[in-house]
Design a protein. Structure first.
Length: 317
């Protein structure tokens, strides 16, 4: 019996025994975004967009397996769309706290930010928190300036596709792979056998192509760096904030408050309200309030996000 079944059974027992009459919705409705002023005053606004956790287009599930709202890609798009309709918003700060995620989700958010900047002529700052690695850093490259917290871990410019080979274990258990396929490469990343040399080359070509795309994004975002200068830094390693500054992967080191002041200075704003968008069920009290998903809170859905095999801009130590 899974958790949801146990929850429903327990609720039924309570009702039968007359413990209480409880109204609990068995389906959730996603409410529209509302604006919340976090601090500051004035007519002008600076929008804070939170990019926390694994970057994916997979929807998260909440308590009792209920829908917890749009996925990260859809949410960021929704926030940018709403921001474009408000002429008081003069800048955006991306608060990034992520080890990365899928290649496609990272690239979509990156492209949406670039498109928003070009169309609306609004300054964008990336404020890097605990981790802004791989896909997290990829997205940061869309910003006009990048500020890392003194203890940030960033970089990890690379691509990974996870594959398990459990053939040895299955042989010990007497389990045989009896896959039926049409096309020699159809099960190219099957966990039930090792890859052939030809298959490995095919996969490596794909990985190399996605890696080049990542490096191109870095070169485009970091105007002072050439591709030849980026390549030695793009071996998947992570950097401290000081190292990233020395390598010109970021522009400054400071706290989120510093990122706000830098943004004001870059946009000639003296006073501004720092705002965020939230759904009424979410807690948003100050600039450090996050979404409900923690960067280190990996549950069953997050593990399953690796299956089937996906190409990942993800720091995977």
């Amino acid at each position: 019996m899974n958790f949801r079944s146990m929850f429903i059974c327990l609720l039924a027992v309570c009702l039968i025994q007359g413990c209480a009459f409880i109204s609990i919705p068995l389906s959730s409705r996603t409410l529209p975004l509302e604006e919340k002023v976090l601090e500051g005053e004035g007519r002008d606004k600076i929008l804070l967009i939170d990019i926390s956790g694994v970057i994916s287009s997979e929807k998260k599930r909440s308590f009792a397996d209920l829908d917890s709202g749009p996925d990260m890609v859809a949410r960021v798009k929704e926030e940018l769309t709403q921001a474009a309709e408000d002429d008081r918003i003069k800048a955006i700060i991306l608060k990034i706290n992520s080890p990365g995620g899928t290649v496609t989700a990272s690239d979509i958010i990156y492209k949406e930010i670039l498109k928003f900047k070009e169309k609306n002529k609004i300054f964008v700052t990336a404020s890097l928190m605990d981790i802004a690695a791989s896909g997290g850093y990829y997205i940061a490259c869309a910003a006009d300036t990048v500020v890392a917290h003194p203890t940030t871990v960033t970089g990890s410019i690379g691509v990974i596709a996870l594959k398990f080979n459990v053939k040895g274990l299955l042989d010990k258990l007497g389990v045989l792979d009896d896959t039926v396929k049409a096309g020699d490469m159809k099960d190219i990343l099957s966990p039930f056998r090792p890859m052939t040399d030809e298959e490995r080359k095919i996969m490596q070509d794909i990985i190399d192509s996605l890696h080049r795309q990542f490096m191109d994004a870095v070169v485009q975002g970091r105007n002072e760096l050439s591709l030849d200068e980026v390549k030695p830094l793009a071996d998947g390693r992570v950097f401290t904030a000081k190292q990233a500054l020395d390598y010109q992967l970021i522009d400054d080191i400071g706290y989120l408050d510093d990122a706000i002041e830098i943004t004001k200075k870059e946009t000639d704003i003296e006073e501004a309200r720092i705002i965020t968008y939230y759904r009424p069920s979410a807690y948003k009290n100050n600039i450090y309030s996050q979404t409900s998903f923690s960067v280190f809170n990996f549950g069953e859905n997050d593990f399953l996000a690796y299956l089937p095999v996906r190409f990942m801009y993800l720091w995977n130590p």
